[in-house]
Design a protein around this ligand. Structure first.
Ligand code: COA
Length: 276
């Protein structure tokens, strides 16, 4: 794919990490129809591109994303039902369908403003790390619109009922530290170490067996709505599928390292016998 053709999205691939940047810094990376369309193409390509083994989603300048573009996504499309319909599909497609099912590890690296519709890709990523002072907010209540496009749902699925209601109904902003405390993100770090910490997590994930990672991710995506019996059966079937799909034979290798070679204790990380 020729990334130089993109305008609202920037892509750089370095050492297996695809850095995907929402790229409208003058508009605080508000999501325009063009950004939605470009993102669909980028994620479709990266999902199978062998040079990209992990995806980091971030924003240009001082913002992650200020949510939907209030002019281009809302007001300009109010009297254009066909375009609006297609744009709702496009927006949902990458922010949720493609990202939450992305077949490789995904990290949201929240470098600045994260508002409204940006919560959907935030939660769709497997991990989310923010700058301590990154401002978050569900400002929809102040615009006379609903936190739709799954925003209310992903908030309820991530934080407590009390916190979801408090922030959706007041529209009060909060920072990266508070987002971590609520469980909306994994952790926050000082802005100057955000990229370094993201890279550290990325390298940890790149060392995992890709098929095992993918199977566990798919299972976690689907298990919540299942009964215990359904979950039990699904996990048995998933395990069989994983062993069939795993080209690296991660299960056999892991057991050999633990039981025969005694070179690895998963619970302790890399285990050095001679240290004992
Ligand atoms: N939609 C459309 N344009 C947006 C936007 C959005 N969601 N967020 C920011 N912009 C535009 C501004 O209109 C402005 O454009 P202009 O230079 O043509 O006037 C530009 O981005 C810079 O925004 P500005 O408000 O001047 O920057 P700031 O750094 O002072 O504040 C925010 C940044 C994110 C706090 C502020 O822009 C804001 O509150 N945006 C709305 C966020 C929101 O409520 N999103 C949810 C939408 S449902």
């Amino acid at each position: 794919m020729d990334f130089s053709m993109l305008e609202a999205v920037k892509v750089e691939i370095d050492e297996g990490i695809a850095w995907v940047t929402m790229n409208r810094p003058d508009k605080r990376n508000a999501m325009s129809p063009q950004m939605h369309n470009e993102m669909i193409e980028v994620l479709r390509y990266l999902a199978t591109a062998p040079e990209a083994k992990l995806l980091v989603l971030t924003g240009a300048g001082n913002s992650w994303s200020a949510g939907q573009d209030i002019k281009q996504f809302f007001r300009d499309l109010d009297d254009k039902p066909a375009e609006k319909y297609n744009m709702l599909l496009a927006s949902h497609e990458w922010r949720w369908n493609q990202l939450s099912r992305f077949p490789k590890p995904t990290i949201a690296m929240v470098n600045g403003y994260c508002f409204g519709a940006a919560f959907t890709p935030l939660v769709a990523c497997d991990f989310a790390i923010a700058a301590d002072d990154a401002p978050f907010g569900l400002s929809e209540i102040n615009w006379g619109i609903l936190p739709a496009g799954l925003v209310s749902k992903v908030m309820l699925d991530s934080v407590s009922y009390r916190n979801a209601k408090f922030y959706a109904l007041t529209g009060r902003p909060f920072d990266g530290r508070k987002a971590a405390e609520m469980g909306l993100i994994d952790f926050s770090v000082p802005a100057e170490s955000l990229r370094e910490e993201t890279k550290k997590l990325a390298q940890e994930l790149l060392a995992k067996n890709p098929q095992t990672y993918r199977s566990i991710k798919e299972a976690l995506n689907h298990l919540r709505g299942m009964s215990a019996d359904q979950a039990n059966d699904y996990l048995k079937a998933k395990e069989a599928e994983m062993r069939f799909m795993d080209r690296e034979q991660g299960r056999a290798q892991g057991m050999k390292q633990f039981l025969d070679d005694k070179t690895y204790r998963p619970g302790l990380g890399h285990y050095k016998r001679d240290a004992e």
